[in-house]
Design a protein around this ligand. Structure first.
Ligand SMILES: C[S@@+](CC[C@H](N)C(=O)[O-])C[C@H]1O[C@@H](n2cnc3c(N)ncnc32)[C@H](O)[C@@H]1O
Length: 240
C-alpha cells in the first residue's frame, strides 16, 4: 500500500458519522450509484456491502489500488475508475452521485467546482440526485478536534498515528493541521505536520453555483461533529 493510501486510511478510514446519510440516499436508488473522490473506498465499499452497484472515481491510482484490493478480498463488485472528476467521461448515468468528505472544497476553487458539478450533472439519470458533503467555515472550531484522540493504524509492523492539532478558518476557507507520526518496526519515530486546506464554501453558495449546471436544491442533511471530525452539511441537488 502506498504512503498516500496508508495516511488516507489512518485519517479517513475510521470516520463513520456520515455513513447513515449515504445509506439513506442510496438505499432507495434503483441502479448504479457513483462516488466521486472515493479514496480507498470507505463509503463506496460500505454501500456495496448493502447491495448497491457502486462506481467509484478517484484521481489517485494508489488509492484505487487499495480500494480494488479491499473489494476483491470481500468479493464486492465495485467499478473503480481513475479520472479527474472535473473532466469525467463515463459512458453511463446514475440515479445518485455522491461526493463525501468535502471533495468539492478540494478542487482548486470555484472554477474546478463548477466543472465538477457540470460533469456530475452530465452523468445524472432522469430524476437523479447529486449529494455533496461540505464543511462550512463557520463550523470549523478547535474544540472538538483539539480534544480528539489520534487516529491509529498498524500495518506490517509499522504504527501510524495522526492527531488533529489545529483547525480554523483561514482566507475564508478551513485549514486542518495534523501531527502525523509513524513508528517503524525497530522503534524509530518519524513525524511531520500535515496541512489540508478546504476552499471557502457554504451550502447557500453551493446551491447557487449548482444552478449553472442545471441542478436545483433538493434538501440538506446535517452530519454532527464526532470523534475529532468537524460537522458537515450534505447538500442535495436534483437534475432537470
Ligand atoms: C477527503 S477524501 C474522501 C475519500 C472518500 N470519499 C471518503 O469519504 O472516505 C477526497 C478524495 O478525493 C480525491 N480527489 C481530489 N481531487 C480529485 C479530483 N479532481 N478528481 C478525482 N478525485 C479527486 C482524493 O484523491 C481523495 O481520495
Amino acid at each position: 500500500m502506498s504512503s498516500a493510501a496508508v495516511w488516507h486510511e489512518v485519517e479517513c478510514g475510521g470516520y463513520t458519522a456520515d455513513l447513515a446519510v449515504w445509506e439513506a440516499l442510496a438505499d432507495p436508488v434503483d441502479g448504479p450509484v457513483l462516488e466521486l473522490g472515493c479514496g480507498t473506498g470507505r463509503v463506496g465499499l460500505h454501500l456495496a456491502r448493502r447491495g448497491c452497484e457502486v462506481w467509484a472515481v478517484d484521481a489517485d491510482p494508489s488509492l484505487l489500488e487499495a480500494l480494488a484490493a479491499r473489494a476483491a478480498a470481500e468479493r464486492l463488485a465495485v467499478h473503480a475508475t481513475c479520472a479527474d472528476i472535473r473532466a469525467l467521461e463515463l459512458d453511463r448515468e446514475f440515479g445518485l452521485i455522491v461526493a463525501p468528505m468535502q471533495l468539492l472544497q478540494m478542487l482548486g476553487g470555484g472554477a474546478g467546482r463548477r466543472a465538477a458539478l457540470d460533469r456530475a450533472a452530465a452523468h445524472l439519470a432522469p430524476a437523479g440526485r447529486v449529494a455533496a458533503g461540505i464543511v462550512e467555515p463557520a463550523a470549523a472550531s478547535l474544540d472538538g478536534p483539539a480534544a480528539a484522540l489520534p487516529d491509529l493504524r498498524e500495518r506490517d509492523g509499522w504504527v501510524y498515528s495522526s492527531l488533529p492539532v489545529a483547525v480554523g478558518s483561514t482566507g475564508g476557507g478551513v485549514e486542518i493541521r495534523r501531527l502525523r507520526q509513524s513508528v517503524s518496526p525497530d522503534g524509530s519515530l518519524s513525524q511531520e505536520v500535515h496541512t489540508d486546506r478546504l476552499d471557502p464554501l457554504d451550502a447557500n453558495a453551493l446551491e447557487a453555483e449548482a444552478a449553472s449546471a442545471g441542478l436545483r436544491p433538493a434538501g440538506r442533511l446535517e452530519v454532527a461533529p464526532a470523534d475529532g471530525y468537524l460537522g458537515s452539511v450534505v447538500v442535495i441537488l436534483e437534475g432537470p
